[in-house]
Design a protein around this ligand. Structure first.
Ligand code: PMP
Length: 438
C-alpha cells in the first residue's frame, strides 16, 4: 500500500511512513493492529473512546439515523434528535448552563465559545472586551481561535496569534507536588496572577479566561486545590467570563459529567467533544449560561449569532450521542470512575514510582501521567516508552518526556494490571537501552 498521499495530522509523517503503526479493528478495550497484534487501549484513542470500542447500540443508532434522515440542513431547519439531545445534555449540566450549540470537534467548540464570549460582550455594549487569557501548556484545538489562545509553543510558533491574548503560567510544580495523588496541595496561589494580568491589560479589554480544568495534551496537569475556585472569583470580581474547555475532562473522565461539577466550579461557557459520541463520529458542543444566551438573543432581530457549521447537529451524530448517553447512564460510568476503577488505577500507577528516571507520577479520575527526567536527547524517554509499549501491546500517548494515560471508562482491574505489567517492561527496556548507550 502506498502511504504517500495521505498527509497525516500531528504525525511525524516521514518516520511513520518508514515504520507505520496500523490499526485494523477494535473491540472493547482492545485494538487489533495491522499485523494482527492485540493492543490494550490505555488512551481511549485520543482521549475519546470512553465507552470502549464496537458498541453495537451506538452503531445501530447511527445506521438507523442514516437510513431515516441522512442529513438535515442545520441553518434554519430542525430535526427531533437535536432538540431532545440538547435538552438531555442541558439537564446534565450544572446551574443555568441550559443552552447547547452543536459543533463537529473540540477545535470548533473552542472557537465557537470564544466567538460567543465576544458576541456577548458586544451585545451588552462592551465591544472593547475582545482579549482572552489562557495558560501556558494549554491545548485548545487547532483552529484560529484555539491556536491563538493555545499555550503549547510548538503549535503556535509557525503561525503566530490572530487576536490579543496573554497566558497564565502552568500550575505544574514537580518540585513541590511530585507524586501527588489527585489534586496537588501546593500552587493555588498561582491563580493570583490572573488578577495581575487583568489589571495589566484592563478588564474593559478582556472578554474571558479559558482553561482546561485538567490540562490534557500539555501533560495531564492537575490543578492544585483551590486554584480553579480562585480563578472563578477573580473573573467574577472583574466581570470577565470563565470558559472551561472540557473536551478531555467531560463525560466522566474525572468521575463526574464535567470537571467543573467535580471541582464545584460554575463556568459561563464550557466546551465538550470526544466523549460526547465516544469518538464514533465527529461531534462537539458548547454549553452556555442563560444570561449569556438571552443577552445575545435580545441583541438582534433575525439571525442573532452569525456562526454555525454545515454539519452542526448532524442527525447521525445526534443519534450516536443519544446512544452513548444511554450507555453512560445504564452502566453508571461517570460515578464508576471515582468509586472504583479510578482508585485502582491510581494505586497501580503510583506503584511504578521506583522505576528508573521517573520524576513524577500524577493522576485524577482516569487521567494519569508519568514524567521522566529530561535527558536532552532527540528521542525523549516518554516517546520511546510509548514506542516500546506499542511493541509490548499497549497504546499509550508519548508527549516529550511524559507518557499519559486516559483509558476507556469501562476498563476493569485486569486491564489496569495488564497495563502495569507492560509499561513496567517498556520502561525497563528503554532505560536499560539508554544506560547501555550512555
Ligand atoms: N480542547 C482540548 C482540551 C483538547 O484536548 C482537544 C483535542 N485533544 C481539543 C480542544 C480539540 O479537539 P479536536 O481535535 O476534536 O478538534
Amino acid at each position: 500500500m502506498k502511504l504517500d498521499a495521505h498527509w497525516m495530522p500531528f504525525t511525524a509523517n516521514k518516520a511513520f511512513k518508514a515504520n507505520p503503526r496500523m490499526l485494523a479493528s477494535a473491540s472493547g478495550m482492545y485494538w487489533t493492529s495491522g499485523e494482527g497484534a492485540r493492543i490494550l487501549d490505555m488512551t481511549a484513542g485520543l482521549w475519546c473512546s470512553n465507552l470502549g470500542h464496537g458498541r453495537e447500540s451506538v452503531a445501530r443508532a447511527m445506521y438507523e439515523a442514516s437510513v431515516n434522515l441522512d442529513y438535515a440542513p442545520s441553518f434554519g431547519f430542525g430535526h427531533d434528535a437535536s432538540f431532545t439531545l440538547a435538552e438531555r445534555l442541558a439537564a446534565l449540566a450544572p446551574g443555568d448552563l441550559n443552552h447547547v450549540f452543536f459543533t463537529n470537534s473540540g477545535s470548533e467548540s473552542v472557537d465557537t465559545a470564544l466567538k460567543m464570549a465576544i458576541a456577548y460582550q458586544s451585545a451588552r455594549g462592551l465591544g472593547s472586551k475582545r482579549m482572552f487569557i489562557s495558560r501556558e501548556r494549554a491545548y485548545h484545538g487547532v483552529n484560529m481561535g484555539g491556536t491563538t489562545v493555545g499555550g503549547i509553543t510548538t503549535n503556535t510558533r509557525t503561525f503566530g496569534r490572530w487576536a490579543p491574548v496573554d497566558h497564565l503560567h502552568s500550575t505544574l510544580d514537580i518540585e513541590r507536588n511530585a507524586f501527588s495523588k489527585g489534586l496537588p496541595d501546593f500552587g493555588a496561589d498561582r491563580a493570583e496572577e490572573l488578577e495581575q494580568l487583568i489589571l495589566l491589560h484592563g478588564a474593559e479589554n478582556i472578554a474571558g479566561v479559558i482553561v482546561e480544568p485538567i490540562a490534557g495534551a500539555g501533560g495531564v496537569i492537575i490543578p492544585p486545590k483551590g486554584y480553579l475556585k480562585r480563578l472563578r472569583e477573580i473573573c467574577d470580581a472583574h466581570d470577565v467570563l470563565l470558559i472551561l474547555d472540557e473536551v478531555v475532562c467531560g463525560f466522566g473522565r474525572t468521575g463526574s459529567f464535567t470537571a467543573g461539577i467535580e471541582f464545584d466550579i460554575l463556568p459561563d461557557l464550557f466546551t465538550v467533544a470526544k466523549g460526547l459520541t465516544s469518538g464514533t463520529v465527529p461531534m462537539g458542543a458548547v454549553f452556555c449560561r442563560s444570561g449569556i444566551h438571552d443577552t445575545i438573543m435580545a441583541s438582534a432581530e433575525g439571525i442573532e449569532f452569525f456562526h454555525g457549521y454545515t454539519y452542526s447537529a448532524h442527525p447521525i451524530a445526534c443519534a450516536a450521542a443519544h446512544a452513548c448517553l444511554d450507555i453512560y447512564e445504564e452502566e453508571g460510568l461517570f460515578t464508576r470512575v471515582n468509586e472504583g476503577i479510578g482508585k485502582y488505577f491510581e494505586h497501580v500507577l503510583h506503584n511504578l514510582k521506583d522505576l528508573p528516571e521517573i520524576i513524577d507520577i500524577r493522576n485524577y479520575g482516569l487521567l494519569g501521567a508519568i514524567e521522566f527526567a529530561d535527558q536532552g536527547s532527540e528521542a525523549p524517554v516518554g516517546v520511546r516508552v510509548f514506542q516500546e509499549a506499542w511493541k509490548q501491546g499497549v497504546m499509550l500517548r508519548g508527549l516529550g518526556n511524559i507518557v499519559v494515560m486516559s483509558p476507556p471508562l469501562v476498563a476493569e482491574e485486569s486491564h489496569i494490571d495488564e497495563f502495569a505489567e507492560k509499561i513496567w517492561r517498556s520502561i525497563r527496556t528503554v532505560t536499560e537501552e539508554q544506560r547501555m548507550t550512555a
